[in-house]
Write a protein that binds this ligand. Structure first.
Ligand SMILES: Cc1ncc(COP(=O)(O)O)c(C=O)c1O
Length: 384
């Protein structure tokens, strides 16, 4: 097993605080033999639900999905490619990387395609943290990376969001001089709040020397004001950006995403997995990138439904954290776990909760009809 690592990989593992005894377990991960707990919205939602499954007719507002699904152009491209699905279609993956590079103004070498962004998120944590290299995150924030950090024995350091719900980049930069990865999610999950680009630039410029910034832009396209940070990748900074087609592009079940970063950083995560990517996800992603006006149109639709929902909640007396994504955090003024359970009894799945905000619950934005059902159920549950 030990021979799976090159001398350079071994030196890197020792530098990150792994002992030679850990090598076997890590080698097992590389050969997919160990149970690295893999988390994404779907598993987090199910795992924390008090109910084993959702009724078929339940309204699903608990995983930040996009009920619009793939755009017609993507659906058509997927439909067309299905008959060729008996082949290993690597060229579609290359074409996707090329399309992504062009869209972002990057070289092809700065793009590594994946089936969604959870995979590279886990890999970055495995590749750059360890027993002596911590994982610095915002609180509340998206939890998946923290689980991977726990698996490799890396400490997760939680830094509270600022009062305006932006990441506290100064506190994050100063949190640990031995940090391995500093994770920023922009817009943030679960708050939907924005961290301005100049704050991210500050973090990149002022992070501890050995650390990399992992910038998760899963919800970027849903925001009016969040700015893409791909120019920082083009400038070869110590930064990896994650992109996914699961949110605005409505392809969570089809799976496409990418890591954007300096080629030597991407090289470090490449080795933690293998295999061809689903051609359906790849062609769907290419068609989505080419669909004219799609981002703006969907952003407006989702923002419109979100703002109607917020207005109704505020009229009923509930505070909502200002969001620019397809989710809102509502202050339920009582432990929100009980609200989740009561809503599920009304066949409306919402959640999750975060321990930093125990009286808030996250609600994903669904269709107009779904949000009407949400309002009826919420009104009943909260007696308003
Ligand atoms: C912030 C964030 N990052 C990454 C992901 C992973 O999504 P996927 O693997 O579908 O790209 C999610 C899923 O909801 C998310 O909320």
């Amino acid at each position: 097993m030990k021979d799976l690592f090159s001398p350079e990989q071994r030196r890197d593992l020792l530098r990150r605080g792994f002992s030679r005894r850990d090598f076997g377990r890590l080698a097992a991960v590389l050969t997919a033999g160990a149970a690295l707990p893999f988390y994404n919205e779907a598993t987090l939602a199910q795992g924390l639900s008090a109910f084993p499954g959702l009724p078929a007719d339940a309204v699903k507002l608990n995983a930040n999905e996009n009920p619009m699904g793939p755009c017609p152009e993507a659906a058509e491209a997927i439909h067309k490619v299905v008959q060729q699905g008996g082949r290993y279609l690597y060229q579609e993956t290359a074409a996707f990387a090329e399309a992504m590079a062009q869209t972002e103004g990057l070289s092809r070498e700065h793009v590594l395609p994946f089936a969604g962004s959870s995979d590279p998120l886990h890999r970055v944590v495995l590749a750059f943290t360890g027993p002596s290299r911590s994982f610095v995150v915002a609180d509340p924030g998206y939890e998946a990376g923290g689980r991977a950090a726990a698996f490799v024995g890396a400490r997760t350091i939680k830094v509270p969001l600022r009062k305006d719900w932006a990441h506290d980049v100064r506190a994050m930069a100063a949190a640990d001089s031995e940090a391995g990865v500093i994770y920023v999610c922009n817009p943030n999950n679960p708050t939907g709040s924005i961290t301005p680009k100049d704050e991210i630039e500050y973090l990149v410029a002022n992070k501890p020397k050995g650390a990399i910034i992992l910038l998760d832009e899963a919800y970027l396209h849903l925001s009016k004001t969040a700015e893409p940070c791909s120019p920082l990748v083009a400038a070869d900074k110590d930064l990896i950006i994650l992109r996914t087609f699961s949110k605005l592009y409505g392809m969570a079940g089809l799976r496409a995403g990418a890591a954007l970063g300096r080629p030597d950083l991407l090289e470090k995560i490449r080795g933690y997995g293998a295999g061809a990517l689903p051609v359906t996800g790849m062609v769907g992603a290419i068609a989505s990138l080419k669909a004219k006006g799609l981002v703006e149109k969907r952003r407006q639709i989702i923002a419109g439904i979100r703002e109607e929902t917020v207005e109704w909640l505020q009229k009923k007396g509930f505070d909502v954290i200002p969001s620019e994504a397809n989710m809102i955090m509502i202050d339920t003024r009582r432990p929100s776990r009980s609200v989740i359970a009561a809503m599920l009894a009304e066949k409306v799945a919402i959640g999750r909760t975060w321990s930093a905000l125990p009286n808030h619950v996250r609600v994903s934005i669904g269709t107009r009809e779904e949000m009407a059902k949400f309002r009826t159920a919420f009104g009943r549950v909260m007696n308003v």
